[in-house]
Design a protein around this ligand. Sequence first.
Ligand code: ADP
Ligand code: MG
Length: 590
Amino acid sequence: MRLGTVISVAGPLVIAKDMNTAKIYDMVTVSDKHLIGEIIEMRGDKASIQVYEETSMLGPGEPVYGEGEPLSVELGPGLMESMFDGIQRPLDIMMKKSGDFINRGIQVTSLNRSAKWNFEPCLKPGDSVSHGDIIGTVQENSIVQHKIMIPKGIEGTIKSILQGEYTIEETVAIVEKKDGTEVSVCMLQKWPVRRGRPFHKKKMPERPLVSGQRVIDTFFPVAKGGTACVPGPFGSGKTVVQHQIAKWADVDIVVYVGCGERGNEMTDVLNEFPELIDPKTGQSLMKRTVLIANTSNMPVAAREASIYTGIAIAEYYRDMGYSVALMADSSSRWAEALREMSGRLEEMPGEEGYPAYLGSRLAEFYERAGEVVCLGKDKRIGTLTVMAAVSPPGGDLSEPVTQATLRIVKVFWGLDSSLAYARHFPAINWLTSYSLYSSNIMSWLDKNVDVNYSTCQREALALLQEESRLNDIVRLVGYDSLSHEDQLKLEIAKSLREDFLQQNAFVDEDSYTPLKKQFKMLSTILKFYVLSKQALQNGIYLKDILDLPVRDKLGRIKEIPENNLEKYEELQEIMAQEIKELIQERGSRG
Ligand code: ADP
Ligand code: MG
């Protein structure tokens, strides 16, 4: 339907007049090339339209069309293994149609209309249904079972339900409403991206999302359904952290939003992810992944939309009762897109030119994370964990995007350029990072991994903090001024840093550490501390303790395979033995 006429074009912002019938956040298409856009402001009959494609050939006088619908995502079988741009256009089909550079106004549907999916009903005629009830399943690929749910606004009893191969637009069930009218249900649903999908109730997240990254799981854990941010300067390891979590986290589904980072970085993701083998299934990681790629060479406005496209898809899988992880790299690029559009709208700028609503937009986004009881009679539980990188210019954490993010998220993994420079990876600073889920998750770890988990964690963290205090003293008055007790603390802290915290993402044996092994590593290092302290009390020289042969073995503690955890017990016995011998030797010398 024709709505109005373009009067001006400034980059991605198009102003149109005679738009009385349109509303804010309606989706429109501009000119006869049908460039996709969204109304982001209405003033009288003038609409400001954020256009998601290159606008350079556009001019005044061109028509604007629209159906009065908000910008929405398509939800249904076929999402898994897909790569989309910021407004959910499939990248592979667009590339085929237009080559590497995406042409304007390409008309493609997000999900394949001709593919057939085997629908297996789980309800029968006469069953009552309402929003969120699962009526059947589709094996989306060898790993993901897709649940077909009753969409919003439908309530009644099943009149008929089919079984067999259907496209996403074909009817698979007919529901008779209370008033006697009938509605057909197909496997395709739409959802407006900017609105969170509803759920029954939100719970306090308290189970860990296990990433296999030791500094994260043991020291600064994130809960399934929680929120985390990874701020850090260029090259400090934000992308590697997010990739590691995407690869290893114990979740069912991963949605990865590459938001405006350098083009070649996203190409890496597009090439690398399909090759990655999912450790849980032995199959391609892509089978349970959706990629949204908006690189910096794509129009800025599509970046702004991409995190919403991603989170709406993530919520849809959460609603099936799955645990979902959403990664966004980087939220700063998203905020810059917001700033650019705000500037073009000539809004009153806030701090550093960001709009005053930056904080509330970020909060609305992160609030869509959570552990929820889903809609539907079976009261299934789904979780959506949201983790985003932040790239503060120059690594300065006082800038508005980082500050606004820190006020919202519950976990802060602060990456440090000096650690990255010293090649301590992951360069997560253990003195400044925090997790507000820590106390809940530590109780979980005590119950489910080892009763001493939280005690060891606290002790290790205290030693690392003590190290920083002692180092200040060393800088002032020198190492030799420290007592042997304190010098031992420095040695153990060094071992915690090098043998526990440092974890190489690119070495197979080190890339992932299960919780049991994390605990064994930590407790073994701390055991050495306890034994060494006893030795010092028995008059043994620190140097003799540090020269013990077992120290070599301790330095290679990462290499002990996870299926051989008794090796840690053995190591602890060797430690005890060698220290006992030291003490006996000294005793016999008198
Ligand atoms: P950013 O996204 O913050 O700019 P990257 O994630 O691209 O930084 O990391 C930069 C480089 O740091 C990587 O290419 C890699 O060489 C190194 N690096 C980061 N994290 C790790 C890690 N866990 N193990 C090994 N190397 C790492
Ligand atoms: Mg990066």
